[in-house]
Design a protein around this ligand. Sequence first.
Ligand code: CU
Length: 502
Amino acid sequence: MTTRRVFHRRRFLQLGVGAAATVGLAACSSPSRAGTTPVGPNSPKVAAAESARRAAGAAKTSVRLNAVTGVVDIGGVQVNTWSYGGQLPGREIRVKRGDVLSVELSNELPAPTSIHWHGLALRNDMDGVPGLTQDEIAQGSQFTYEFTVPDAGTYFFHPHSGVQLDRGLYAPLIVEDPEDGADYDSELVIVLDDWLDGVDRTPDEALDELKRNGMGGMAGMDHGSMSAMPRSTLLGGDAGDLVYPHVLANGRTFRDPVAAEVKAGQRVRLRLINAAADTAFRVGLPGVRMRVTHTDGFPVKPVEADMVMIGMGERVDVVVTMPDGAVPVFAIAEGRDQYAQVVLRNPTTQMAPAGPEAVAELAKLRVLMAVELEVADRVAVPVKQPDVVHDLVLEGPGERYDWTINGKPYDPKDGLPIRQGQYVRLRMKNKTTMFHPMHLHGHTFHVRANGDRGPRKDTALVLPGRGLDVDFVADNPGQWLTHCHNVYHGEAGMMAVVSYVE
Ligand SMILES: [Cu+2]
């Protein structure tokens, strides 16, 4: 065991819990109002929504998935972890928009598990949230997820059980659009992660430490100095709660990266997925500009960038033109002195990829934030006066590492009520000193930024001391989580339910 240090660094942007709870509009109705029955995952309304999205004769893709324990090589380092099928990331699932996906999960882990299909507007009873949309999948048992895949784009899947996401349980889910491919020749999926499991502690032990340290937050390893604490100007404060021994791109450390062969002049679509628990990444390629085309699966007006920020749970698609020789795609861990890479290499080149100096140079370039993106016309939804507004005041970490929404820890029975067909606004306010990637299940919202032209997303960064409004149309009945995609914050309470009622 290494030395743990506690840093009492966090000062609240103090707003008492009582005061926070009263912030809100009259439009917020009380969740306990009589006559409002939650539309549960087994409601006929959920089945009806699924029928409406399933085309006659839709193709079905069947996949078998085993959640297992075992040793995985993350690039010269052997770790004992939990993964899908013993590989990291798990094997990609690829379907077409409108297909039916059927996944039979075998749980061979020593704990109950689940799978959440991150970003998909799927049927509520297949959303994979134990205690809200299904029972836990017990060890030694199977569960089959089956649902229509409504939208094309870059997605991923992971458990929604405790902090299992911070083990090796994640894999890409790519949904092809028949209209894809006009602006690129090939594609490459890159999954980013921060890694501690099997090195010096498990994620469960890390969470226990955080709870013991309380609002001190940082559960470091033996990097006992203030400089080891992730901080970021771009993210407006604290950039993470844990120190990670490694960061990974496609399951490998920077020392032994994955290499992909690409011919010079080819246009490559990079599908970038941040599956980390506690780390945002800025991604870029030295000397190569990126054309950003999508975020969280949905198209944006294409824009050029040198670097792009990707928070936990976010995805960004970019198209790059392959230069001569070899070029790394660098993923620089925000606020940490670490990076990961995937190398693009011409089949004929002997050239070695760029090293740490190139990372330092790249880190000086301007970073595009997703809220700066502009929604593509074909997925834009006109702004309306909302039918219902819910405030989500984000606070924490409290005395015992309690992260809350509206002054309360997660309670699946205490939802924010909405009704089918409503135009809903969530007004998030971050009263903490750390950024929160706020994720909504079952919908993609419209980020009310950039005038009224912000992107469609399912996960958006809410910076310290700032607010963010997101709107969505209530067109997918059920009980849906909205939560921080820092898995430790979520598990420590920063989750709430958006609850369709009737
Ligand atoms: Cu958070």
